[in-house]
Design a binder for this molecule. Structure first.
Ligand SMILES: NC(=O)c1ccc[n+]([C@@H]2O[C@H](COP(=O)([O-])OP(=O)(O)OC[C@H]3O[C@@H](n4cnc5c(N)ncnc54)[C@H](OP(=O)(O)O)[C@@H]3O)[C@@H](O)[C@H]2O)c1
Length: 332
């Protein structure tokens, strides 16, 4: 008789989304490409928007209140509201015993993030900032390629993106929502610099604040343990969203938009060019979500890829740049 074959079925992770907007939609799209994970519920402060989101993505439950959502049989919450409400919602979700994946920037400032991380420890829940680039296939392949065919240690990072096409009602246009270019694309740039260059030592900032009280353009140079970065963000100029990683024996261009990385070129000093091409599927949020689900199954409370200390360093960098320009959010 043939031996019985047992298949390990991974534990199902039941998700809910808070905030049925653009990021919420991309998360829902990505979840279809995540093994053993399902979207069970949605809550938004506008019931019509939540209902139409639920219809579009076949979400079985729309909760009338946040409290009801947090009382439901859900393992993990994806927080996709604007940054002004991240801290409060994360604190409530963690206190209700839910694990939390929170959109970037995790909170408005370091003080809020410290409270959220303390709550995650207190309630013994997994908390991760949704910093997606390192989970993309291209980024992982680039890391691997540079290990087997190195260019030497990266000592300079240049990245930036300015987008003058955002409509006037876009959330980043409002200080009350935690807006501005620094809070929009800035978290990705802070991540890139910290990921390749190590801990932050010093920041120099120049920029302009608009009549709405948010940064319209910001240029910041950062010094790290292992090198320096030159970064920019903007809401009233346009620029190309690629990134440069510079090292002694060559350099890398991660092509636009580098925070959704799909293509990179490695230029070696010996004249070789290596093209890496790794298209992403399902919108790309699926990779970080897969990682988060695996952390949960492994009983971990912190990601080794986006540890709490990295989120704190990103928050410190962004807050330093923002407050140097005089951008303050309500309550600060
Ligand atoms: N990782 C990425 O690629 C990516 C891409 C885009 C955005 N993001 C991040 O995702 C977050 C949301 O941005 P978005 O562009 O998705 O914004 P959005 O399209 O305006 O969606 C935000 C949603 O959250 C809801 N909301 C806002 N404040 C709330 C509160 N206090 N309580 C309950 N619901 C609330 C909004 O409700 P209303 O309909 O009532 O306004 C809306 O449904 C930001 O942190 C942003 O940085 C990340």
């Amino acid at each position: 008789m043939a031996p019985e074959v047992e298949f390990d079925t991974p534990q199902q992770i039941r998700w809910a989304i808070i905030g049925p907007g653009r990021a919420g939609a991309r998360f829902a799209q990505g979840l279809h490409a995540v093994e053993a994970a399902s979207l069970r519920a949605i809550w938004g402060r506008n019931p019509d928007r939540a209902e139409s989101f639920a219809r579009k993505f076949a979400v079985p439950q729309t909760s009338p209140t946040l409290e009801q959502l947090l009382a439901a049989d859900i393992d993990a919450i994806y927080v996709a509201t604007h940054p002004d409400s991240h801290a409060e919602i994360c604190l409530q979700a963690l206190a209700a015993g839910k694990h939390v994946l929170c959109e970037k920037p995790a909170t408005l400032n370091q003080s809020q993030l410290t409270q959220v991380l303390a709550a995650a420890r207190l309630h013994d829940r997994l908390f991760m900032e949704a910093m997606k680039p390192p989970f993309f296939p291209l980024y992982r392949r680039l890391r691997g390629h540079l290990q087997s065919d190195p260019i030497g240690p990266v000592g300079f990072v240049r990245a930036g993106h300015a987008d003058a096409t955002l409509p006037p009602d876009y959330p980043l246009q409002f200080a009350s929502l935690g807006g501005g270019g620094i809070m929009g694309i800035g978290p990705y740039e802070a991540f890139l610099a910290l990921d390749w260059l190590g801990e932050l030592k010093r920041v120099q900032t120049m920029g302009r604040v608009n009549v709405a009280g948010v940064d319209a353009f910001a240029l910041f140079q950062t010094e790290h343990e292992h090198g320096m970065a030159q970064l920019h963000t903007g809401l009233d100029l346009s620029s190309r969203g690629d990134a440069l990683l510079s090292a002694p024996r060559g350099y890398v261009i991660i092509h636009a938009n580098w925070w959704n990385p799909a293509r990179a070129t490695i230029h070696y000093l010996d004249g070789r060019h290596v093209e890496l091409h790794e298209p992403f599927v399902a919108g790309g949020f699926n990779y970080e979500t897969t990682h988060f689900c695996q952390l949960l199954r492994d009983g971990l409370r912190e990601s080794p890829v986006i540890p709490h200390s990295l989120s704190l360093s990103m928050a410190r960098l962004l807050e330093t740049v923002r407050t140097t320009l005089g951008v303050r959010f309500p309550g600060e």
